[in-house]
Design a protein around this ligand. Structure first.
Ligand SMILES: [Zn+2]
Ligand SMILES: [Zn+2]
Length: 265
């Protein structure tokens, strides 16, 4: 796992910086900044509980986690795109059990269509990992392209030099559910495992030289990859969101994203 270079503050800082630099994605990034700030609050709330660590059994941890629901929902109601804002308003009226059911079902089988559950549980799952716990109430297959900690799908791929033997960098995937990362082979589809180079395509625009679409012509899926060897200042999760133009391109070419990000791209 990479060092604490992936803290919430670093993500927030990078998202603000890119919002200033890239007018085309300003609106998306401004919402993403607010979202990251809400997730940071959840993270801080959980980390600051006296004599409490997440058990890894989500049902048992919900009584603590539920205190975090209103703040994130209010934020989305105020700042989110219309459909999410309306859903947030409904959830603010709903009983806690409704939200808790939603989280428990997401926990067992995560889906990128479940915005609220994904947003709530990322800081929880990450703190579970950082605090030495593990998800004890869910079973998942150990597959190379799934998160070894929680079984989640990869959100983004990144290249980073982690040892002296590889000048072009080692490839890692970041989990969409718990935000930890794991090492992954370089020339392999992160969805179906295709490894024949002529089936794998890489596309980027001059605008985002360090971000590329990593597409597979066998399963027609793609993931975006962030090359930290080209731009060390980049943050994989945030630069992935900012390079929204590449998602438009991939969609136009009939590629399906392995996992949509929190801004729905
Ligand atoms: Zn995970
Ligand atoms: Zn594939």
């Amino acid at each position: 796992m990479i060092a604490r270079s992936d803290s919430w503050d670093i993500r927030i800082h990078r998202a603000k910086e890119l919002a200033r630099k890239i007018p085309a994605t300003q609106e998306i990034l401004r919402f993403y900044v607010k979202l990251l700030e809400s997730q940071k609050q959840i993270d801080e709330f959980l980390r600051s509980r006296a004599n409490w660590l997440p058990s890894g059994k989500l049902g048992d941890d919900l009584p603590v986690l539920r205190a975090c629901f209103p703040a994130l929902l209010h934020m989305v109601e105020t700042n989110g795109p219309l459909a999410l804002a309306e859903e947030a308003a409904l959830l603010l009226e709903a009983r806690n059990e409704i939200i808790e059911e939603m989280l428990l079902s997401y926990w067992q089988s995560p889906s990128d269509a479940q915005f609220f559950a994904k947003a709530f549980l990322q800081p929880y799952a990450r703190w579970l990992a950082d605090s030495g716990g593990r998800p004890i109430d869910k079973s998942f297959d150990n597959k190379e392209n799934r998160c070894p900690f929680c079984g989640g799908m990869p959100q983004v791929s990144f290249l980073q030099i982690t040892d002296n033997t590889s000048e072009s960098g080692n490839r890692h995937l970041i989990c969409a559910t718990c935000l930890t990362d794991w090492k992954f082979r370089r020339v392999v589809c992160a969805y179906c495992g295709e490894e024949r180079p002529f089936k794998l395509g890489y596309f980027h625009t001059p605008e985002y030289d360090h971000v590329r679409v990593e597409a597979c012509d066998t399963c027609k899926r793609y993931i975006k990859g962030v090359d930290l060897t080209r731009l060390g200042l980049a943050n994989p999760l945030v630069d992935e969101v900012a390079a929204a133009a590449l998602d438009v391109w991939a969609k136009e070419h009939n590629y399906i994203k392995i996992e949509m990000n929190l801004v729905g791209l």
